[in-house]
Design a protein around this ligand. Structure first.
Ligand code: BJW
Length: 249
């Protein structure tokens, strides 16, 4: 795969690389994206309608069941070459005394399974659930819940510890992501539709702060027109090749 030599030069010169990932990065691991065709597990539901506090208040059983099915699905999935290449890139950057910040909108923990560290999860995690009364968070790796919604044992029920539309991002994650986007030398937006804010704003912030901006996506997005380098194709193919081109001297 051939890359623009200016891009490779910018990546090699970068002291700080920041990457934002979205559902497209996990698609090749078998995790459905939000805006692709509603198939299989998702056929009965519009994900954008269910990912709201209002939906959970109106129909906690359906929302809990849908998230529990998704939790069980992601627990079976394994990282693909895109996840693995990003983990390798981070380790190589750190070895060279540089920084590499991985910001993800994904809630599937596949970056961590691939070996990425200090991943900034701006939309939370499907593996964690939270008591609606106490806010206590529990990690759930076991079988399907016996009830929907599942009693928390502390007077509330469990909801997924994810960020729904209209909810604020976790403060620390939002701050860290914004900081990384604002201070990086190169910013890459990979496998995200670039539609959901505030994450969709990070590429704009990076660009206006002087970073070289890059997009890797199967299809064009609103970010395509503003980035310095756009690569159309699959993350699981392009990212490993890009890391290889960067590493090879
Ligand atoms: C491939 C590929 C392959 C496929 N290789 N590529 C400013 C302007 C306008 C609106 C707003 C704004 N600020 C806030 C808003 C409102 C709202 C919003 O953005 N709405 C938009 C829809 C317009 N944002 C919010 O409500 C956020 N909260 C907020 O701002 O709070 C303010 C506040 C402050 C203080 C107090 C209270 C409130 C929260 C947003 C939360 C988003 N949550 C979700 C659900 C998470 C839980 C769950 O998993 O169910 O996050 S929605 C969903 O979208 C999920 C994703 O992380 C997110 C982004 O989706 P993503 O990852 O981009 O996936 P897709 O499916 O959209 O795209 C996949 C892409 O991959 C496509 O482009 C494909 O082409 C590509 N692809 N295969 C490469 N193999």
């Amino acid at each position: 795969m051939a890359f623009d030599p200016d891009l490779i030069a910018a990546l090699r010169a970068a002291k700080h690389i920041a990457v934002l990932t979205g559902a497209g990065v996990s698609a090749e691991s078998g995790v459905p994206t939000f805006r692709d065709a509603l198939t299989g597990l998702w056929a009965k539901h519009d994900p954008l309608q269910l990912a709201t506090p209002e939906a959970f208040a109106r129909d906690p059983e359906t929302v809990s069941r849908w998230y529990d099915e998704r939790r069980l699905n992601v627990l079976k999935r394994i990282p693909n070459p895109g996840h693995l290449a990003l983990a390798r890139w981070q380790h190589l950057m750190v070895e060279r005394g540089r920084t590499f910040t991985l910001i993800t909108q994904n809630v599937d923990r596949l970056h961590q399974s691939a070996g990425s560290t200090e991943v900034i999860e701006v939309h939370g995690s499907l593996i964690e659930w939270r008591c609606t009364r106490t806010g206590r968070i529990v990690e759930c790796r076991g079988p399907a819940f016996a009830q929907h919604p599942m009693p928390s044992g502390h007077g509330g029920v469990l909801r997924p510890n994810v960020v729904w539309f209209g909810e604020a991002l976790p403060e620390e994650a939002a701050y860290a992501a914004q900081h990384a986007a604002g201070f990086c030398d190169v910013f890459l937006s990979i496998g995200t539709s670039a539609l959901v804010y505030p994450a969709a704003g990070y590429v704009h912030l990076a660009k206006s702060s002087g970073a070289v901006t890059v997009e890797i996506n199967r299809d064009p997005t609103p970010a395509t027109e503003i980035v310095d380098h756009s690569m159309l194709g699959l993350a699981g193919e392009i990212v490993p090749a890009l890391v290889e081109a960067w590493a090879h001297r």
